[in-house]
Write a protein that binds this ligand. Structure first.
Ligand SMILES: [Zn+2]
Ligand SMILES: [Zn+2]
Length: 346
């Protein structure tokens, strides 16, 4: 059990302020595995197991069965369960921070799972003074895996269809180098866009009523919400579910920022969706303007061509108009007999 502000070990201490960094803490902000910690009566040290789903004793205030004094969870000290050292007691260590214990691969997939299924905990568990660089590495990994996995079957099909592919190792290595350079380029571009998105969301939260954590933490939590992009990693068809990933990530960001900055879901939704909708609106506007401009230039080009043709080629146009007239005249010639006949009959 470590201080969220400075990682100071908080076992065997009453809730209050951290002696290292002065941050206020209480048991409610932690999640223990059930029965992984025991809580001691402040008067007689009688131990109570943490039995509820948060690993805390329930109820929170009761009469001690050892000394009959009324006690409250906020007065108790916590110790690891007997015969344990507490290293596995916590259920809410941020997995990406817990690489040493979990190993890189498990830490990565656990963080992905967290960002897909429980982004609220991403925001709540994100350590203070979190390392922005580790968030960037996580997001870059998600982006690279997604792009490589979704694009490689198509790219290699194109590569293999090239006859040079089977002829020379040099060509294959060159091909792979270009492929991975392009992938890395796209992944880095994606990070830049995500950081812009996170910055806009943070800015909107800040001007709409203030925030609790600095910009760096908002950016870290944005980057830790990129787990849903891995559903686009499905080879070949990943591209089509890209939009689903973006929406999923947006929802994850709303939950993560709401819990990180302790704001309402509505405010977080506005902060996250406004930049995205503005971007879509800007793209739509640009496309509309481009279509309008291109249609204008073709009209003006038509106008010019008509002007020239009408001024130069008057003869063909008069010829073109002339042919219909003879049938009209013949009709007129054919009609008059009918005209006179009818009055004659009458
Ligand atoms: Zn501390
Ligand atoms: Zn007691």
């Amino acid at each position: 059990m470590r201080c969220r502000g400075c990682e100071y070990e908080l076992w065997n201490m009453k809730p209050g302020t951290c002696p290292e960094c002065g941050r206020k803490w209480q048991f409610d902000e932690f999640r223990f595995h059930p029965l992984a910690a025991q809580f001691l009566c402040p008067h007689c040290d009688h131990a109570y197991g943490g039995t509820d789903n948060q690993g805390l004793p329930t109820p929170r205030a009761f009469i001690c069965s050892g000394c009959s004094e009324p006690i409250d969870l906020d007065q108790m000290r916590a110790l690891p369960a007997p015969n344990t050292d507490g290293s596995t007691a916590m259920d809410d260590e941020f997995p990406w921070r817990d690489i040493e214990r979990l190993g890189k691969w498990r830490a990565f997939w656990r963080t992905v799972g967290l960002s897909m299924s429980n982004p609220t905990r991403v925001g709540r568990m994100l350590p203070e003074r979190s390392s922005f660089r580790s968030a960037l590495i996580f997001s870059l990994l998600c982006g690279t895996i997604t792009i490589v996995s979704s694009a490689s079957p198509i790219v290699f099909m194109i590569g293999f269809s090239n006859q040079q592919f089977s002829s020379g190792l040099e060509y294959v290595l060159q091909f792979l180098a270009i492929f991975f350079a392009v992938v890395l380029g796209f992944a880095i571009l994606a990070q830049i866009l995500l950081l812009l998105w996170g910055s806009c969301a943070h800015g909107i939260l800040r001007i709409s009523g203030g925030v609790h954590r600095p910009l760096r933490d908002s950016l870290s939590s944005t980057l830790f919400c990129t787990g849903p992009f891995l559903i686009s990693a499905i080879p070949c068809c990943g591209f089509y579910i890209f939009l689903v990933s973006v929406i999923w990530m947006g929802v994850a960001m709303i939950h993560a920022l709401a819990s990180l900055q302790r704001v309402s879901r509505l405010r977080a939704s506005i902060a996250v969706l406004a930049p995205l909708l503005s971007l879509f609106a800007a793209i739509a506007l640009t496309v509309a303007v481009m279509i309008y401009m291109s249609s204008n230039t073709t009209w003006s080009a038509n106008g010019v061509s008509i002007g020239f043709s009408s001024s130069v080629q008057i003869a063909p146009s008069s010829n073109a108009v002339a042919p219909p007239t003879p049938p009209d005249e013949s009709d007129a010639q054919a009609l008059p007999p009918l005209g006179p006949e009818s009055p004659e009959e009458k």
